[in-house]
Write a protein that binds this ligand. Structure first.
Ligand code: SAH
Length: 324
């Protein structure tokens, strides 16, 4: 049964992961949701932080809500029904707005027995999962709590081995700094069939949503996407910044908020003009999307002043100064 909760104020007395599909569905209807629970899973924390719902530990007056949701059933994991063959579908879920999940991605979620999701995947999309589906939250918050990749691989393989359809929901595209291929390899090693559904990558979508095309005829003939996770000069960095500075392509930096000062300095040292236009886009496609336009020389200080935080993309190149 689907209850249309449009415009209702709803109190949900459950904060664990199995409440996420219900909460997502209520939010999708346009309900105003309050979660009252001593603790909530990271998915609900995320939604609260982004202002989609209110989370409180305090007593609330249940009578002041249109609807109170309690005793949400925990999903019962489906066991293999003999002929059922478990499989894993990697779904690139785009930069955050559930509207940017592909039609094929949505169809996969609708047939999932288990959804294994990251922090950057749109939680609202979990409302599309069948009622029996189990949600596993393997959020990786930068430099904080994380579930190791081996553990994620094990979760995928174990559920698929038990005959379930496992949807691995990942932010952006699974193969762009998403460790998607590691998961495909782990499944292959365990004899599990995988399907990959490409996603809208933030490396193109975030600039685009801030009005910046990564290429533009007559201006630039290519774009280069790098990870800024390790700064230039770090023993693990394999990027030739001098070559990047000479490349003549738009440069798109992912995971580069913390390392932006070092990256811009390396490009300046390599001779890239300090006046080269630069755009920064945070939380692209989400309600809190923010962007600013600056120059290579001023990017790091302007980002700090504006309080640009992860997830954010930096775009360096003449396209960052284009206006419609
Ligand atoms: N596979 C993802 C990238 C994963 S790495 C993709 O294809 O988009 C995580 C980085 O992606 C973040 O540090 C940030 O640089 C970028 N990112 C992801 N979602 C974003 C968003 N909504 N807005 C801005 N940047 C985003």
């Amino acid at each position: 049964m689907h209850l249309n909760a449009t415009g209702l104020s709803v109190l949900v007395l459950e904060g664990a992961e199995h409440a996420v599909p219900t909460v997502a569905s209520l939010l999708g209807d346009g309900a105003s949701v309050t979660v009252r629970a001593p603790s909530v899973c990271t998915a609900l924390q995320d939604l609260a932080q982004r202002g989609h719902l209110r989370w409180t530990r305090d007593e609330v007056d249940e009578g002041s809500f249109d609807l109170v949701v309690r005793h949400l059933a925990r999903p019962v994991a489906r066991e293999s029904a003999g002929a059922t063959t478990g499989r894993v579908t990697l779904v690139g879920a785009g930069p955050g707005d559930p509207g940017l999940v592909t039609v094929a991605g949505r169809a996969a979620i609708e047939t999932a027995d288990v959804v294994v999701a990251d922090r950057l995947a749109p939680w609202e999309a979990l409302a599309w999962a069948p009622a029996h589906a189990e949600v596993v939250d393997v959020s990786k918050i930068p430099f904080g709590r994380s579930t190791s990749q081996d553990e994620i691989n094990r979760i995928l393989v174990d559920h698929a081995t038990a005959g379930r359809h496992v949807v691995r929901l990942k932010g952006g595209d699974s193969y762009v700094f998403g460790r998607g291929f590691e998961e495909v390899q782990a499944c292959a090693a365990a004899g599990i069939a995988t399907t990959v559904i490409p996603g809208v990558t933030s490396s193109v979508a975030a600039p685009e949503l801030a009005g910046v095309p990564v290429t533009h005829r007559g201006l630039v003939q290519g774009f280069t996407v790098i990870s800024g996770h390790v700064p230039p000069g770090h023993p693990d960095s394999t990027i030739d910044y001098a070559a990047l500075a000479r490349s003549g392509t738009t440069l798109v930096v992912l995971m580069g908020v913390r390392t932006l000062p070092a990256i811009t300095e390396a490009l300046l040292d390599a001779g890239l003009d300090g006046g080269t236009p630069c755009a920064l886009v945070a939380d692209a496609s989400l309600a809190g999307q923010r962007s600013l336009r600056t120059t290579l020389a001023k990017a790091a200080s302007d980002a700090a002043t504006a309080g640009i935080g992860a997830p954010a993309v930096a775009v360096i190149g003449h396209v960052a100064a284009l206006e419609p």
